[in-house]
Design a protein around this ligand. Structure first.
Ligand code: NAG
Ligand code: NAG
Ligand code: NAG
Length: 202
């Protein structure tokens, strides 16, 4: 009986103290991040990193009823938010996409897979697209799926998303997906190419 009281008391002390010691150990967040800080995987744990030079490209063409491009679209918008006040950054708009993935930036480049997922405009102060998608890589050295999520803030030249998992050759991969806009053509139906540079570790 006395033993279990001691155990309960010890657990109680740990519950109180653990969060404090974890909080004390946590480094303060830097106010701004450099590319090197985002690429800490390759610097701190090179032996743990996977194919750090792995880059792929997503090719998107929006469906636009005005040009009725139903034969060659890659993404569709969902319902727009039903609001009457100004909504300059289309807060709440979603888009679902199924984009070819190529190994190079040209739209004639070899297709190595497909990216399927969605994004949602989730900021009222700028164009920021929360992305969540799976890249299914079916050609090349690394076959399998890569699950990616994170924010693409349009104003940023490089956007840092996380790789939260993988299957196949990259089973269990985690890491960094650095995104850039390669080209965009605003003319209807609107077409763009995005690059993703992956730093993976297993
Ligand atoms: C949009 O909002 C208006 C005003 O609240 C409402 O009358 C209308 O039914 C809504 N439309 C849809 C599609 O929900
Ligand atoms: C590549 O882009 C050009 C110019 O937008 C377009 O005419 C062509 O159809 C595209 N090719 C492919 C394979 O998507
Ligand atoms: C990836 O694509 C291949 C070829 O189309 C398909 O057989 C496989 O089921 C796909 N995997 C996923 C998770 O979509």
């Amino acid at each position: 009986m006395a033993g279990s009281v001691v155990v309960v008391a010890l657990i109680g002390i740990m519950v109180v103290l653990l969060p404090i010691s974890c909080a004390a150990a946590r480094a303060p967040a830097p106010s701004t991040y450099t590319d090197d800080e985002y690429h800490a995987c390759t610097q701190r744990a090179a032996t743990l990193c996977g194919p750090s030079a792995f880059t792929f490209y997503l090719h998107n063409t929006v469906y636009n009823p005005a040009v009725d491009n139903k034969d060659y679209f890659k993404s569709v918008y969902g319902l727009s938010p039903n609001v009457t006040w100004p909504n300059p950054y289309s807060f709440g708009t979603t888009s679902t996409f199924e984009d070819p993935i190529t190994e190079g930036p040209a739209n004639t480049s070899q297709q190595i897979g497909v990216a399927q997922g969605l994004w949602q405009l989730d900021s009222k102060v700028g164009y920021t697209l929360f992305h969540i998608f799976t890249a299914n890589i079916t050609e090349g050295d690394y076959k399998g799926t890569i699950s990616i999520l994170g924010q693409i803030r349009e104003a940023d030249p490089v956007r840092y998303l996380t790789v939260v998992g993988g299957t196949g050759h990259i089973l269990g991969a985690r890491g960094l997906a650095s995104n850039r806009l390669v080209t965009i053509d605003h003319a209807a139906p609107a077409t763009w190419i995005l690059s993703f540079d992956l730093d993976l570790y297993y």
